[in-house]
Design a protein around this ligand. Structure first.
Ligand code: SF4
Ligand code: SF4
Ligand code: SF4
Length: 217
């Protein structure tokens, strides 16, 4: 079996987050826990030139991302117990719940914010590529659920033929860990390292889904 990879078509993504909720449902992730994230990215400026003409630019795009099952996974390097491992056959990076001590070293190390600490279980958890589904010949649920057909999952040779390795701001340069996510960038997509854009849904990213409103749910 070959290295597995995602393909993500930024030109199709509408930012609906169905992928996030489908993943939460399959993995029974409670409030504040998620394996997939949709970043809302925006930028632009308004200027007035010497003749008084006002120019406005607008940059807007989404990035739907989960664990990238990297070629050089920083989480595996950082894990002090060897619980985080990259499978030889599929390249999927998995956490062994039997040996994970929940120290959070992987969370700190991952530049994609992929692992989370599940305080209820006392271990780190993250996307496993819907391993049970793909072993049964099925599609990961985030891919199957996307109404815009923006996500695909398969062998890296097939996915890399569809696009380029993800290196889009505010994510890190692909050189850092070699993410196995290939994208078709949208027109507005800015290169990794660009300071022309910012994340405009930071509460969702940092606190988890609707965490600020948890007392109201
Ligand atoms: S995205 Fe993060 S958690 Fe996933 S393999 Fe890469 S470094 Fe590890
Ligand atoms: S592949 Fe499965 S576990 Fe990974 S983000 Fe998609 S639904 Fe979640
Ligand atoms: S379900 Fe598809 S269109 Fe909606 S946010 Fe996810 S990747 Fe984008």
């Amino acid at each position: 079996m070959a290295q597995k990879a995602f393909f993500y078509d930024m030109t199709r993504c509408t930012g609906c987050k169905t992928c996030v909720f489908a993943c939460k449902d399959k993995n029974d992730l409670d409030l504040g826990k998620k394996f997939r994230t949709v970043y809302e990215i925006a930028g632009g400026e308004t200027t007035r030139d010497e003749s008084g003409v006002i120019n406005t630019t607008c940059i807007s795009y989404y990035i739907s991302i989960a664990c990238a099952h990297c070629d050089n996974p920083a989480c595996v390097t950082a894990c002090p117990t060897g619980a985080m491992q990259k499978e030889k056959e599929t390249g999927i990076v998995r956490n062994n719940p039997e040996t994970c001590i929940g120290c959070g070293a992987c969370v700190e190390a991952c530049p994609y914010g992929a692992p989370i600490i599940d305080a209820d279980l006392g271990i780190a958890r993250k996307c496993d590529g819907c391993r049970d589904y793909i072993e049964a010949g099925m599609t990961p649920v985030c891919v199957a659920a996307c109404p815009a057909l923006a996500l695909r999952f398969g062998d890296v040779e097939e996915m890399s033929a569809l696009g380029e390795r993800i290196s889009v701001a505010p994510l890190p340069d692909a050189e850092v860990t070699g993410p196995n996510i290939y994208v078709k960038p949208c027109r507005d997509a800015q290169p990794a390292g660009s300071d022309a854009v910012a994340v405009i849904n930071p509460l969702e990213i940092e606190l988890g889904w609707y965490e600020p409103f948890k007392d109201l749910v």
